[in-house]
Design a protein around this ligand. Sequence first.
Ligand SMILES: Cc1ncc(COP(=O)(O)O)c(C=O)c1O
Length: 447
Amino acid sequence: MALNQRHLNPQLGRILRTLGFDREWASGRGPYLIDRQGDEYLDLLSGYGVFSLGRSHPYVKEQLSRVLAADSANLPQLGVSTLPGVLAEELIARAPAPLDGVVLTSSGTESVETAIKLARAATGRPRILFCERGFHGLTLGSLSVNGNEEFRERFEPLLPACDPVPFGDLDALRGELDRGEVAGFLVEPVQGKGVNLPPDGYLQAAQQLCRAAGALLIVDDVQTGLGRTGRLFTSDHWGLEPDMVTIAKSLSGGYVPIGAVLASRAVLSAVFDSMERGVVIGSTFGGNDLAAAAGIATLQTIEREGLVERAAQLGDLLLELTRPLVQRFEIVREVRGLGLIWAIELGPPAGRAARRLWDAIERRQPGLFAQLVTVPLFHDHHILTQVAGHHMNVVKALPPLITSDEDIRRFATALEQVLEGAEEHLFRSYASLGFELGRRSLAARRV
Ligand SMILES: Cc1ncc(COP(=O)(O)O)c(C=O)c1O
């Protein structure tokens, strides 16, 4: 932490100290993070969705060791190596039609940037439509299609011709498509910020509208993809046939940064239409052997361990255990999820006095109530969760797909206890916890 404060991200250090999340992490195993004292924490954040297979998966480790031991002909650049080809073949074999080719990258945001470039070049049109509250990464191209003001401010001007539409609003999408010149509509099938699920029929209808307008449908599966929602590709829930799909995060097996854009042959042929244009998209480390081996091992593990089905079952269990909390607690507004992307939204209680207190605290620090759930979950129950976005009273969980039924039950019980404490002592506990957070924040500021 001292080195972080001196050389890396001191504001992150302040946040961690304020919340009391500044553990000295020593190791990671399966769904657990383990601190220097040997205490295990159930990690329902999964490194923002990286650790679908859990941490330190033995098979991924073994495969990476084999690549290292083989002294493989990595990154010949003016040549090709085997592993990236195998990964591309394995991905396409499992992907929805009409996806037929792959561009390998090294992150989610690079995949999104690549998809934007492919869409513009393939259609010869400039405009990209994206969703309010959408999140696609933080480099400038991806930021231009980021629907969260807090990330955009102070980095403008961003790319021109990128226009937001409300998530779930087909009329707005139709209206923007009617204005013409749209290269593509970029959409997360389930929005990571806030964990917003698409209304019934939305994505299918969006696909039809895009087709009719000659615009490409680009599904960003970076967070949701590769099994998390209970399907290998989230598009499969609705039988979508997207023109492009972006993936990254869990494809890494938790080890090597990697991303990919899966695209239709029509898109790829339109962009790479001559030898001269063979290198207009790509990057030095895209398709390196270690990343490709991690990706192949990940796909194999997902299949061998039945993790897609497991995510669907665990997601059902989690909803079954936590949906009743809406009836049970006044401050619980909604519980929602698809497979293992899950959230609980809090809202003001009914009583007038309690509501006034809620409003007062919200005015001082929007989204504080969600922290009043994540903090006791961490300290009292050793469970790591996150707030689903800026100024939101939504607590989110992205459990590893290998999480046990017992740990899902443990989480549901812990959550119930935390909510019980919060509601029973609404005034006292909120006020004192709010005070405690304020005190810690002051103490952290002095450090
Ligand atoms: C849906 C989605 N797209 C893109 C990204 C960006 O990925 P990366 O952080 O690897 O650049 C994220 C990251 O959270 C994401 O959730």
